[in-house]
Design a protein around this ligand. Structure first.
Ligand code: THU
Length: 139
């Protein structure tokens, strides 16, 4: 991904992180999901007093986008930290990797982990979810 796009996604993910609802863990996460057409959907984690209904930032972004009719994605940028402090890279949980696998080509889809607009790491989904189970397995 080019530097300008990574910076843009990181900035938007940080903005989304500011809307995290994480009163239980205190760990705030933001995500910026880029469609193949260049539109960006944002997500934050949303926790719940009953714990298990909590939703990760990445899935919030995916579910917003898919519910608006989007099906084709090229990348997601993720930021997170305790109390919103961006001190390290936040990798997506296994459940979120599986949701990515449903809608994204693992050979092409990029997962960008950022700490700020100048520092990020980039991975392909296939490297974060090797030998994944996907829609084609059910055909
Ligand atoms: N969380 C995310 O939103 N995304 C991740 O990639 C890791 C974890 C959230 C879930 C929960 O609200 C909090 O971070 C602590 O696990």
């Amino acid at each position: 991904m080019d530097r300008a796009m990574a910076q843009k996604l990181a900035g938007q993910a940080i903005e989304a992180m500011g809307r995290a609802y994480a009163p239980y863990s205190g760990f705030q996460v933001g995500a910026a999901l880029l469609t193949r057409e260049g539109k960006i959907y944002l997500g934050c984690n949303i926790e719940n007093a009953a714990y298990s209904p909590s939703n990760c930032a990445e899935r919030t972004a995916f579910f917003k986008a898919v519910s608006e009719g989007e099906r084709h994605f090229s990348a997601i940028c993720i930021v997170g930290g305790k109390g919103g402090a961006l001190t390290g890279y936040t990798a997506p949980c296994g459940v979120c990797r599986q949701v990515m696998r449903e809608f994204c080509d693992p050979e092409i889809f990029r997962v960008v982990l950022a700490v700020d607009e100048e520092h990020w790491q980039e991975y392909l989904l296939k490297d974060l979810l090797p030998m994944g189970f996907g829609p084609e397995n059910l055909k």
